[in-house]
Ligand binder design. Structure first.
Ligand SMILES: *Cc1c(COP(=O)(O)O)cnc(C)c1O
Length: 402
């Protein structure tokens, strides 16, 4: 099927159109069935057409979609209470996307700096990071590709290599204008880069010593994906600011910027806002997402199925020439390939998997990224394991024969 000539060419979509989903399954317009091991890039954690989500959306839509933040919104207050309970943070601002949640975090850091007499506040950001596509968030991101052509970039960011504490200490020694660190607990777009176990703890210590804010971008890692509600909970620390989006709404657009006691008071009326942010429909849906993750014990399923898939893939693939490493934290799974050992471009694997009716993603040029829904069953996990193993082996073997 041809794509419309009236769409801007911001994407190059695959030649498939889905019309229906159920759980981890999708059906295309010709009624072919696919297994979704990507969840719309970590969005549909509860899978497609989850009955509780459908019911919640229909009920709220039949009552009220939108009023305005000029009035109290009870669904927004309830969701804020729920998010603060599961994160142990204190205050929430609701946005419509991840990038906007990060914009709020960046503005909080800058205002916090100005309140502390730092006129040109700097935020430390990481190499290979991804924080969004707005001007500030693409400037904060650590890949040149998404910045090129959009200069002048937003100022006020200073870059450090990921998972490198010495680099952060070095910045601390040489800069008195730093106010915050913005970092992903696991880099998603960057290639499922999982830092050392105590990385976040060490960042927390430095931030405490320097009076900097630790701001975690949990847009991809949050909402149970890594086997905790939020990835920072593996480290038993608390951030000062945390951003969410993606899986928060299971497909309805909602983002959130959470803050603690100290940072939650930085914004005052007039400092920030959003017309759609925190509207009744989005908030009611996100509340149902949280309730459902709890009632269906989906975080333990993420732990169990994450290990199951990653361990089996390791068993089948990790000894092969051409497979460098298999990484996972819960259901964030990365299979790192050696491009020199492939008989095709790594990105071609997405299409080859689609031909086998499996949805996957390739990121950072050489990493197969799997983000299956949290509701994935063991049988579906077996299908992912077998299909991926066959696929990887097929693109390695042909090279050897040649
Ligand atoms: C997807 C993502 C974003 C951007 O979210 P949008 O909703 O696309 O604006 C930001 N940070 C991380 C870590 C992400 O994975």
């Amino acid at each position: 099927m041809k794509t419309s000539e009236h769409l801007m060419k911001t994407y190059a979509p695959l030649d498939v159109t889905f019309k229906r989903g159920e759980g981890a399954w999708l059906w295309d317009t010709d009624d072919n069935q696919y297994l979704d091991a990507l969840s719309g890039i970590a969005v549909c954690g509860l899978g497609h057409a989850h009955p509780a989500i459908t019911k919640s959306i229909c009920e709220q839509a039949s009552k009220l979609l939108h009023t305005s933040n000029l009035y109290n919104i009870d669904k927004q207050q309830h969701l804020a209470d729920q998010l603060c309970e599961i994160s142990n943070l204190n205050r929430v601002f609701f946005s419509n996307s991840g990038a906007e949640a990060n914009e709020a975090a960046i503005k909080i850091a800058r205002l916090y700096g100005h309140n502390n007499n730092i006129d040109k506040p700097l935020i430390i950001v990481m190499e290979n990071s991804f924080h969004g596509r707005t001007m500030a968030t693409l400037s904060a991101s650590g890949t040149r590709k998404i910045q090129a052509g959009f200069e002048p970039l937003v100022q006020g960011f200073i870059r450090a290599p990921y998972n490198n504490i010495e680099a952060i200490k070095n910045i601390a020694e040489n800069n008195s204008d730093v106010v915050a660190i913005l970092v992903e607990p696991v880099q998603g777009e960057g290639g499922i880069n999982i830092p050392n176990k105590d990385y976040l703890n060490q960042l927390r210590d430095i931030c405490d010593q320097q009076n900097w804010l630790l701001m975690l971008d949990e847009i991809q890692t949050g909402m149970g994906r890594t086997g905790e509600w939020f990835a920072f909970q593996h480290n038993k620390i608390q951030p000062d600011v945390m951003t969410l989006a993606k899986a928060l709404g299971n497909g309805v657009p909602i983002g959130a910027c959470l803050a603690n006691e100290k940072t939650g008071k930085v914004f005052q009326p007039g400092n920030h806002g959003s017309t759609f942010g925190g509207n009744p429909l989005m908030c009611a849906t996100a509340s149902t997402v949280i309730d459902t993750i709890k009632s269906e014990n989906l975080i333990s399923n993420a732990v169990r199925m994450g290990s199951y898939i990653a361990d089996n893939l390791r068993e089948k693939l990790s000894k092969l020439d051409g497979v460098s490493e298999i990484r996972n934290l819960g259901l964030m799974i990365g299979i790192v390939l050696d491009n020199d050992r492939l008989n095709c471009e790594c990105s071609d694997l997405v299409k080859l998997a689609l031909d086998k009716h499996l949805l996957i993603n390739v990121t950072a040029g050489n990493v197969i990224r799997l983000l299956p829904p949290l509701i994935i069953s063991q049988q579906q996990a077996d299908t992912i394991i077998n299909t991926i193993s066959e696929l990887v082996i097929s693109v390695l073997h042909k090279k050897k024969a040649a």
